[in-house]
Design a protein around this ligand. Sequence first.
Ligand SMILES: Cc1ncc(COP(=O)(O)O)c(C=O)c1O
Length: 416
Amino acid sequence: MLDLDFVRAAFPALEGGWAHLDNAGGTAAPRAVIERLQAAAAGSPMLARGGPHRSSREAGESYAAGHAAAAALLGGDPDEVILGTSTTANLDLLARALRPAWSAGDEVIVTDLDHEANIGPWRRLAATGIDVREWRARPESATLELDDLLPLLGPRTRLVAFTHCANVVGAIHEVAAITRAIHDAGALACVDGVALAPHRAVDVRALGADFYAVSLYKIFGPHLGALYGRRELLEGASPPTHDFLAAASPPLRYEPGGAPPELVAAVGGILDYLDALDQHTFALRGDAGEAPRGRIFAAIADHEAALCARLLDGLRASPRVRVVGPASADPERRIALVTFTIDGVPSAEVAAHLADAGVALRSGHFYAPRAIAALGLDPAAGGLVRVSLAHYNSEEEIDRALAALAPLVDRAPRST
Ligand SMILES: Cc1ncc(COP(=O)(O)O)c(C=O)c1O
């Protein structure tokens, strides 16, 4: 059990009275992150790394610490993590970095369930002679199935780009089994972990991911993207960079401009917060002390699953609500991200109505328009309504959202 008073007190942005249920769009930052950001902005000039004087040396140390913190979150080494402005920018850079080693006629496989950040950069390689294949989601389950990938893999497959968990469906994919099949075919796996990483401990090595992308601003951190890449792959690739950095070791070769230094300085605050939460949670259970980060994420998953079950029960009580994805709140199968439509009510109207009730969420395609089409949704519905929870959400917030939905559900025409 999480001590929600302790949790919520750590996040100043939650004090405004809104129920923040748009966490897949971006999470609140805890004081530990905010304080580091402020200290970095106030402490020294925003100088570049590499100089002999104090501020520049500190900037270098701060970059190293930022990479180390992101690596600790992902399970890689610090020199295997690229920090950039976003996952969109990081994956675009990655596609361009890998392309020079490939030949015309080589193949990449993308899905129709991913956020466009993990589709567009690979699809754009078609203009350079790369053949693009599509691994389609099953509309009935809204999931990617390994059986559908296998026939697409071949001797010319270079990379498969797919999502650990989509940002429009809460289902968790079996990444380790999928990466094994991809490696058996001699290809690389690029996994989008953006939606999953705020909710589960990630271990890129156990998952067998060659590349794994997360957005730190959705994991309670500053607005940065962190991209893990296996060391030898990053060393062997050629990102667009300054000529004199072309042979520099990663991550410098991939970060010619450097990510905003005050944001990089704040990354360690995510770990400070998670570690403090771990200590508080397990001390309450009489079980404090050093522990792998996995156990606090297990407690987070339990809390979120209970909220998710409450939400799903409430939504399912109305036959007019159509929930997408897994029916159960089982944390092995899904994260607490629930999307739905209400028959006869445009999704944008649902989101606006909830905003009037102090419930923050959004509707639309969430930059995954191919997924909306793949799921066979009526375009007139205006996409999906998305409730995406974080561990700081409460039962009261779920109930508030359900109560606010009630009049819309009652008004909607009965489905036939
Ligand atoms: C699953 C998923 N992948 C990728 C992205 C893109 O991340 P960023 O905003 O850091 O570019 C998002 C953003 O919403 C996302 O939800």
